[in-house]
Design a protein around this ligand. Sequence first.
Ligand SMILES: NC(=O)c1ccc[n+]([C@@H]2O[C@H](COP(=O)([O-])OP(=O)(O)OC[C@H]3O[C@@H](n4cnc5c(N)ncnc54)[C@H](O)[C@@H]3O)[C@@H](O)[C@H]2O)c1
Length: 435
Amino acid sequence: MRVAIIGAGYVGVVTAAGFAEFGNEVICVDKVPEKVEMLKNGEIPFYEPGLGELVGKNLKEGRLAFSNEIGQAIRDSLVIFIAVGTPPRGDGSADLSYVEEVAKEVAKGLNDYKLIVTKSTVPVGTSLRIKEIINNNKNNNTQFDVASNPEFLREGSAVYDFMHPDRVVIGTESDVARAILRDLYRPLYLRETPFVFTDLRTSELIKYASNSFLAMKISFINEIANICDSLGADVHVVAKGMGLDGRIGPKFLHPGPGFGGSCFPKDTLALLKMAQEVGYEFRLLNATIQANQAQMDRAVEKIRIAAGGKLEGTKVALLGLSFKPNTDDIRESPALYIAKRLLENGCILRTFDPAAMKNARSVLGDKCTYCKDSYHAAQGVQVVVVATEWNQFRNLDMNKLKAAMDGDALVDLRNVYEPQKAKEIGFRYWGMGRR
Ligand SMILES: NC(=O)c1ccc[n+]([C@@H]2O[C@H](COP(=O)([O-])OP(=O)(O)OC[C@H]3O[C@@H](n4cnc5c(N)ncnc54)[C@H](O)[C@@H]3O)[C@@H](O)[C@H]2O)c1
């Protein structure tokens, strides 16, 4: 099948390489020429484990190509996936300008029957809006269908997630579209991946409901951790005891400095906005978002306490800048938020991240020192903060870390260290809800 993917970001490139690996002829288009040039040479413009190998293999075997000529890609393809960004606007609603731009391009390139599929996370009603834009802008009578096929991959394990999804959701009103997508996803169908076939609106909402639920689960355990701090209970054991209940499940019960990334913050806001627009007050979601903001501020407060109540002039090593491990994505990263607050409060900041330093530098500039590893970051500081749970930070030589410091405070915002062990090494330890 000839497939075009519009947008060569985290989702677009993974989807393109994944469908190529399934044996399809895939062209992935982006409007940023430098990105396309890199991808043509098999270089991935962002950090995603395993993606380089998959792209390289499919480029070499001739099933995958990259281009910035959207018109040609549309004319040549039967199925067109929209995988462009849908960032938040000032009021929290999703900015659909990139999606609409693509819909207009599709209308221009409509030379034969096409199926247009939204993979981008889009508010309920957007796929119908795309249909309307194409109908209003096409200059012939060519037939087309629209479908919604939200993406659930996680950055850091995106290739695995694409190949082994928990489910594939397909929303469409068209039997032809359903048959085409079932065919395209045949390898997963054969592997007995659950498929949810539904209408456009329901499919679009499944994505927002899923992300909002996960965000709510994180905010919930964060608040439990916060009261553990005061009540003298251990949140890890609480989470374990909760998670063993099959109705609750063990995942997303790890406390931290708040959720971040390119999806949860924007998707929770967008769903809140969608609810407001239909006159519904989504109290739980509102609380989830507010609790998250408070959690990031609480993390800064913990660092202030560890620094003896004064941030100004305090030297702090911040380990981790990406919003989670195994990615260089710093969008809405709690670590970055904390870095900014520490700098505003006069801290002298030394940072290290295995992949996100370049992206962080584009935001923080020269206001902090970018170090070559964790021990370098710890040199001469009073406080070390673990802000992202990269594996590298789980296995640090704690004696070496302590020896590099000019102080003894360890703020473990990801609970990767055992409080007792840290204390034995000579740290004053602050975790999240660990007594
Ligand atoms: N990143 C994730 O983990 C993830 C997971 C699931 C769903 N999503 C959703 O998928 C969508 C894409 O996310 P992403 O993280 O891949 O975004 P991204 O910002 O990494 O990539 C989007 C790409 O689209 C390109 N683009 C924008 N307008 C274009 C146009 N008119 N023509 C061609 N290219 C264009 C941009 O240049 C950019 O490279 C979003 O709606 C997001 O919410 C993301």
